[in-house]
Ligand binder design. Structure first.
Ligand SMILES: NC(=O)c1ccc[n+]([C@@H]2O[C@H](COP(=O)([O-])OP(=O)(O)OC[C@H]3O[C@@H](n4cnc5c(N)ncnc54)[C@H](OP(=O)(O)O)[C@@H]3O)[C@@H](O)[C@H]2O)c1
Length: 309
């Protein structure tokens, strides 16, 4: 995936997408320092350990993509691409999500600039995967994941074959439940996965105990789901002010605080916050820009979050 190979970008889009290193920062002096434009800071990318390919550290989750928000979805995918984001996480099991994404990417002409991560669910096989490819209007996907660890022993060998055949570039497994972390660890020890996907947020740090360290050791890329605890973190943050030092890590909203905490973990490759509104997408994409907290600042973020009342 190469952002810089994106065709047909206007000059503004090209600069906004971060294709010209350092230029964006010079273009925005008139805007308030606390809320710089979405793409004025350098894009944060992280490598996939099994290949070295770099991915922008914030993508999008599409669990809530439904027919009634089709237009907003198209607008979001367009805007994400303009802002440099590439990773779209979906599933054969998310209603019309794959079909809506496939149609949007085709009509926007941005399929070659996106990294599609889809999933195969319980009982799935070649037929179900083929249906995903058709709905996504593509010959291959970048990442195929076993949804919720169901049927791993049958599906991993199949995914290895599909990888050899060029139908997928990477494969992995997903969970979003702490109760499955022990099983996830066993699977990670057993199979040479390219990716895992796991739940992790500033309010749900269990994955940092063993899953994320093992991902580092086994050189597996990590997608993070539920970075906002299905939006519960916003309710918990209501009426709370960001700490004054948030500006030092280019954070100007709670969404950015939550996402920068997640993507600054050394094992984390990409966070996939779910959104159905362009304003949320833009807010979240800002977290893929500028400075990341170091280990000491991450600790300060945890303390500030834990001592809210
Ligand atoms: N087992 C699995 O494989 C698994 C399980 C769960 C999730 N996932 C993946 O992970 C993705 C993320 O999980 P999720 O979507 O359930 O939960 P989430 O990302 O933790 O939270 C999504 C919620 O946050 C809101 N939101 C997003 N950006 C916001 C912002 N900047 N300000 C305020 N609110 C904001 C969204 O509202 P709006 O919709 O109004 O924008 C939505 O209600 C899913 O979409 C899916 O792709 C995978």
């Amino acid at each position: 995936m190469r952002r810089s190979s994106a065709p047909n970008l206007s000059r503004r889009e090209f600069i906004e997408a971060g294709c010209v290193a350092g230029v964006g920062a010079l273009l925005t002096p008139a805007l308030p320092a606390a809320q710089p434009p979405a793409a004025s800071l350098p894009l944060i990318t992280k490598p996939i350990p099994s290949s070295g390919e770099q991915l922008p550290a914030v993508g999008i989750g599409t669990d809530a993509f439904r027919e009634d928000v089709r237009e907003q979805i198209r607008d979001q995918l367009k805007r994400m691409s303009e802002l440099g984001g590439t990773v779209i996480d979906t599933s054969d099991d998310y209603g019309d999500s794959e079909a809506i994404i496939g149609e949007a990417l085709a009509s926007l002409g941005i399929r070659d600039r996106t990294f599609i991560a889809t999933k195969i669910s319980a009982g799935g096989g070649a037929d179900l995967f083929q249906r995903s490819l058709e709905r996504l209007r593509t010959q291959k996907v970048e990442l195929l994941q076993v949804h919720n660890l169901t049927g791993v022993d049958k599906l991993v060998p199949a995914m290895q074959e599909w990888k050899k055949a060029g139908k997928i570039r990477y494969y992995g497994v997903t969970t979003s439940r702490g109760s499955q972390h022990a099983e996830l660890l066993d699977i990670m020890r057993h199979y040479p996965l390219d990716f895992i996907q796991v739940d992790y947020s500033i309010a749900n740090r269990d994955a940092a105990d063993a899953v994320l360290p093992l991902a580092l050791e086994r050189k597996m890329a990590v997608l993070i789901n539920l970075p906002f605890g299905r939006s519960s973190l916003f309710r918990q943050a209501a009426d709370r002010k960001l700490p004054p030092w948030a500006a030092d890590i280019d954070v100007s909203s709670w969404a950015q605080y939550f996402l920068k905490y997640v993507i600054s973990h050394p094992a984390v490759t990409v966070a996939i916050p779910g959104s159905t509104k362009v304003s949320h997408l833009e807010d979240n994409q800002r977290a893929a820009r500028g400075r990341l907290p170091d280990a000491a600042t991450r600790q300060k973020m945890e303390q500030y979050w834990d001592h809210r009342s």
